[in-house]
Design a protein around this ligand. Structure first.
Ligand code: HEC
Ligand code: HEC
Ligand code: HEC
Ligand code: HEC
Ligand code: HEC
Ligand code: HEC
Ligand code: HEC
Ligand code: HEC
Ligand code: HEC
Ligand code: HEC
Ligand code: HEC
Length: 447
């Protein structure tokens, strides 16, 4: 509020050009009123008895019996908004109900003021100049002259938001509590959706744990840094999906990863949606739509936003922690037991071929043979694996009780769980012919 304007006005000197004739008249009136305080007024202004002000015990109680008064005892304000028809008669033109009447004193809400000019987004009723849709002109029992309590003043118009209909498993707590103004401003903002701050700060000011985690993670997800930030994936209020997500499960991820997304390092990622469409054998967590079983949506300590460790390279010395990602669901025994009839089907007789390939100094990483998302072949076996710049064929074929691999790594090899193949297994011949573990009864073995 431009208080000095108000003071000059009080002294009866404010002559607003816009007010024109009436301004002139009313200025005269205030002069008279002030005069009346010092000495008895010669004429009763506005048809009032001398010394009588607009609001007192008998008159205009309705305009002055609020806990918070606009005029705060400055009763002369009345005629700023109520222009007298004649200076001596108690008749007034209807008060202007648009913002025109407010911005004379509340300068920052005038369209030419730098504060209002800085808003890129104006709230509907403010843009329409209807200050009185939220405020009462005379006073209110609520702060800020609001028509309703702060928590309810938005629901005058946005009733659908403060009382969303069930089912809303993800109704956001501050919305439920009616704390609209923790996130929004009421008049205008630089940020879309009338948010107080940019979409990442609006959220992180309460979500301290997310902030801490982000500070610790090495790589943030591109989705956090671009566009609508947190709002790329979450809604602000409520959603039909858990965690207030815009779309459920993998649909959320595939909404962006339905093209070759380019990373910060200018690498093109594969188009996962297309890949899943064209590769019909899907890994079970993918079938269930759980991309987040393996990836951290916000950011991760591991490469490719992985939830756990997985070797970056195709060859790696084996350790359980290196493959923690796969072993968060699969039993490590599928690799660590040299001989088994149970832990895996990738075996020749009892000889575990996972062990053979992986439990070495230069062990083959799972990715050498498997594609973690999907594949054309059974058991998620890849057709080819990127070897330097060459696509090395894996050449897997499923056979009864086993399979064959016609690959560039070695001569064609077979494995058979019930009748072990011997060709190509010369150093393991003894184990294959006479395994050191007992074969379980047929119904208990995997095959
Ligand atoms: C900031 C501008 C403003 C000031 C100051 C103001 N009024 Fe009003 N007044 C209005 C508006 C706008 C309306 C019309 C309200 C409506 O229709 O909802 C109104 C309406 C009225 C009415 C009609 C009944 C009603 O409440 O709707 C009376 C009487 C009235 N004002 C008296 C006063 C008196 C007395 C004062 C000084 C104590 C005063 N006003 C100060 C803006 C003002
Ligand atoms: C003649 C000058 C004048 C006019 C016109 C005027 N106001 Fe005010 N308004 C004031 C003064 C003075 C205050 C008290 C400011 C303060 O305490 O800092 C105030 C305070 C307010 C407040 C804050 C109240 C609170 O509880 O803190 C609101 C909201 C407000 N005005 C809205 C309006 C609206 C809406 C209009 C137009 C209908 C309007 N004002 C017109 C002088 C005016
Ligand atoms: C959608 C409802 C709404 C509309 C429309 C609205 N206001 Fe407000 N106004 C509020 C709320 C809520 C607050 C208190 C919280 C805050 O500061 O945002 C407030 C606070 C204020 C304040 C006191 C705080 C300050 O900024 O000094 C003034 C003055 C004010 N409004 C003037 C106006 C004027 C002038 C208009 C019309 C141009 C207007 N308001 C339109 C909801 C509204
Ligand atoms: C007088 C009716 C009215 C009241 C009261 C009201 N709004 Fe609005 N609000 C609107 C209108 C009209 C729009 C514009 C709708 C549109 O553009 O589709 C709007 C739009 C919005 C938007 C969306 C802006 C955007 O750019 O997407 C937000 C956020 C909002 N209001 C928040 C609030 C909050 C917070 C309050 C309480 C302080 C509130 N509204 C009170 C009428 C109101
Ligand atoms: C936790 C922060 C937060 C709170 C609290 C909050 N909002 Fe929002 N609101 C947002 C965000 C973020 C958006 C925009 C993104 C979106 O679509 O969800 C939004 C959008 C809106 C919109 C425009 C889009 C739409 O859905 O129509 C309106 C209107 C709105 N809010 C009103 C309200 C009202 C009324 C309240 C109080 C009941 C409220 N908001 C409480 C964050 C919040
Ligand atoms: C005013 C503080 C506040 C702000 C601002 C805020 N939140 Fe929340 N949010 C909460 C509270 C409180 C909960 C409930 C936490 C709980 O129950 O453990 C919550 C819960 C959540 C949840 C988890 C819901 C669930 O099912 O566990 C998500 C997701 C969320 N907020 C996202 C956001 C996003 C996105 C924003 C920014 C648009 C945001 N929040 C802004 C206070 C806030
Ligand atoms: C790429 C999409 C995406 C973005 C961007 C995103 N989130 Fe999430 N968020 C999720 C998913 C998915 C979950 C569910 C986590 C799960 O299933 O493990 C989640 C969970 C949450 C939760 C509840 C669980 C927890 O981790 O505490 C909060 C709170 C949350 N997000 C806040 C935010 C905030 C704040 C931002 C912006 C800084 C943000 N999110 C950005 C996808 C996202
Ligand atoms: C708003 C669009 C968007 C959504 C939604 C989205 N992403 Fe992303 N994602 C990106 C962008 C952009 C990048 C590239 C930037 C980068 O390096 O992180 C990316 C990169 C990735 C990467 C590779 C990171 C790297 O270091 O190479 C993975 C993995 C990923 N996203 C998984 C997911 C998962 C899982 C979800 C669902 C929870 C998801 N994305 C949802 C936009 C999105
Ligand atoms: C079983 C674990 C698992 C699941 C489930 C999973 N991913 Fe992955 N994802 C990985 C691994 C491991 C990598 C790294 C592969 C590599 O570097 O060869 C990866 C890589 C990615 C990449 C980067 C691709 C590139 O070109 O570098 C994106 C994008 C991605 N995943 C998105 C998704 C999406 C979207 C979903 C859900 C539809 C999903 N992932 C489900 C394990 C998984
Ligand atoms: C979130 C849990 C989860 C994670 C993490 C996971 N998997 Fe799986 N995987 C499954 C489930 C569930 C199945 C289905 C098992 C079944 O049907 O018995 C499966 C099946 C498989 C299959 C067999 C497919 C077939 O048709 O025989 C392979 C191969 C596989 N996973 C490899 C991996 C590799 C490699 C990793 C680590 C990069 C990994 N998985 C991480 C849950 C997971
Ligand atoms: C040399 C290629 C190769 C490597 C390396 C490899 N696998 Fe396999 N894996 C296979 C083949 C072939 C099958 C199919 C066995 C069958 O059913 O005939 C298989 C099957 C599986 C299955 C299905 C269940 C089972 O054991 O039969 C899982 C789970 C699995 N592999 C996980 C892994 C994990 C985890 C790694 C890395 C630690 C890995 N694989 C490394 C070739 C490989």
């Amino acid at each position: 509020m431009n208080f000095s304007l108000y003071m000059t006005y009080r002294r009866g000197r404010a002559v607003s050009k816009r007010i024109g004739f009436y301004g002139f008249v009313c200025t005269g009136f205030v002069g008279l009123l002030l005069l009346g305080k010092l000495q008895a007024a010669p004429r009763a202004p506005l048809g009032l008895k001398s010394g009588q002000s607009c609001a007192n015990a008998q008159c205009h109680n309705a305009q002055t019996s609020f806990r918070h008064l606009h005029t705060k005892g400055k009763k002369e304000l009345c005629i700023h908004c109520h222009k007298p028809v004649k200076p001596t008669r108690h008749r007034f033109r209807p008060a202007d109900k648009t913002q025109r009447v407010c911005i004379g004193c509340h300068k920052k809400y005038s369209q030419t003021h730098p504060v209002r000019k800085s808003w890129r987004f104006e709230h509907g009723p403010v843009a329409a100049g209807d200050c009185l849709s939220c405020h009462q002109p005379h006073g209110s029992n609520h702060r800020n002259l609001l028509r309703k309590k702060a928590g309810q003043s938005c629901s005058i118009c946005h009733s659908d938001l403060s009382h969303p209909k069930p089912p809303h498993p993800g109704l956001h707590k501050p919305v439920k509590q009616g704390k609209c103004l923790t996130c929004h401003v009421s008049h205008g903002s630089k940020t879309r959706h009338l948010l107080r701050a940019n979409p990442i700060e609006s959220c992180l000011k309460c979500h301290k744990k997310v902030r801490e985690k982000l500070a610790k993670t090495r790589a943030h997800h591109g989705a956090m840094e671009r566009g609508q930030r947190c709002l790329n994936c979450h809604t602000g209020h409520a959603a039909l999906h858990k965690y207030m997500l815009r779309r459920p499960d993998s649909k959320l991820c595939l909404g962006c990863h339905n093209k070759a997304v380019v990373t910060f390092g200018k690498k093109r990622l594969i188009n996962i949606a297309h890949y899943l469409k064209t590769h019909k054998v899907h890994h079970k967590p993918i079938t269930k739509g759980k991309c987040t079983a393996c990836h951290k949506a916000h950011g991760s300590l591991h490469r490719k936003l992985l939830a756990e460790n997985l070797p970056r390279t195709l060859y790696s010395k084996f350790s359980k922690t290196q493959y923690a990602l796969c072993f968060s669901c699969h039993k490590p025994e599928l690799v660590t037991t040299k001989q088994t009839y149970r832990a895996t089907k990738f075996r020749n007789g009892a000889l575990n071929l996972h062990y053979l390939h992986t439990m070495q100094k230069k062990g083959h990483s799972c990715r050498f043979c498997h594609d973690v998302h999907a594949s054309h072949k059974p058991h998620l076996i890849r057709e080819t694996v990127r070897f330097g710049r060459w696509d090395l064929p894996v050449g897997f074929k499923k056979m009864p009780h086993g399979g064959t691999c016609q690959t560039a790594c070695h001569h064609t090899r077979k494995y058979n769980r019930s009748k072990p193949a011997l060709k190509g297994y010369s150093s393991y011949k003894k184990l294959l012919v006479a395994p050191k573990i007992a074969r379980p009864p047929p119904h208990r073995s995997k095959e």
